[in-house]
Design a protein around this ligand. Structure first.
Ligand SMILES: O=C[C@H](O)[C@H](O)[C@H](O)COP(=O)(O)O
Length: 230
């Protein structure tokens, strides 16, 4: 990772933690940008901020709990006031690709339960068109080779994700297929097509789930709202 990108992640992560208010139920995202948000949030908790959080991954759960942030099971909360999460790509319509770290399923569930979802992004994440970043799709382990083949037969260059020489396993016990599409002309249509495929649990296309984007740019942070026509 370039130093500029790292600095932007730190900047935007720390700034996002300031969006959290006393009494909120907060969804904590996953990834390296969310890491900095969680660090700053923990400082605020130590200084007296009273919040409860739900985590979008085991990794985030462990990190936040180790820093003294109160984590609840998602079934214990009625709703989530604000979720702050990273993204792999975010376009002008606030559609996103997520799941580069394999956390897309819990991230999508938490986002769908949230009153407000804010994506925290360094400047490399903002794109005109989605698809340069491979689209992660979570598939069940059963018959995964056949599911992979179906993606290829449908014309989607697909690669099953590996880690340390074995298949990557998600928090839900599933595998990930990464679709190397290059560009996605119709995110909504693609999302529907993938949703219909047997063996698919979910995919990393986040359509109409994001309300605001906190974007690091030119050494500063801008809050973009969907109502701005972004
Ligand atoms: O599964 C991982 C998540 O979707 C992350 O939010 C996403 O990959 C962005 O991660 P990072 O902030 O590390 O670039």
């Amino acid at each position: 990772m370039h130093e500029k990108q790292l600095m932007e992640k730190q900047l935007v992560g720390a700034r996002a933690a300031e969006l959290v208010e006393d009494g909120m139920v907060v969804g904590l995202g996953t990834g390296s940008t969310a890491y900095y948000m969680i660090q700053r949030l923990a400082e605020r908790v130590r200084a007296g901020l009273d919040i409860a959080c739900v985590a979008t991954s085991r990794q985030t759960h462990e990190l936040a709990a180790s820093l003294g942030i109160r984590i609840l099971d998602v079934n214990q909360v009625e709703a989530i006031d604000l979720t702050i999460d990273g993204a792999d790509e975010i376009d002008e319509h606030f559609n996103a690709i997520k799941g580069g770290g394999g956390a897309l399923l819990r991230e999508k569930i938490v986002a769908s339960l949230s009153r407000k979802v804010v994506i925290i992004a360094d400047s490399t994440k903002r794109v005109k068109q989605l698809g340069k970043f491979p689209l992660p799709v979570e598939i069940v382990a059963f018959a995964h080779k056949h599911t992979l083949k179906k993606f290829e037969q449908a014309g989607y260059p697909a690669k099953i994700r590996e880690k340390d020489g074995t298949l990557f396993v998600t928090d839900g016990g599933n595998h990930i297929v990464d679709l190397h599409l290059g560009r996605i002309d119709d995110p909504e249509g693609l999302a529907e097509t993938i949703d219909r495929m047997t063996g698919v649990v979910d995919h990393g296309l986040f359509i109409d789930l994001v309300h605001e984007v906190l974007l690091a740019e030119d050494g500063d942070v801008r809050l973009l709202k969907k109502t701005d026509g972004e």
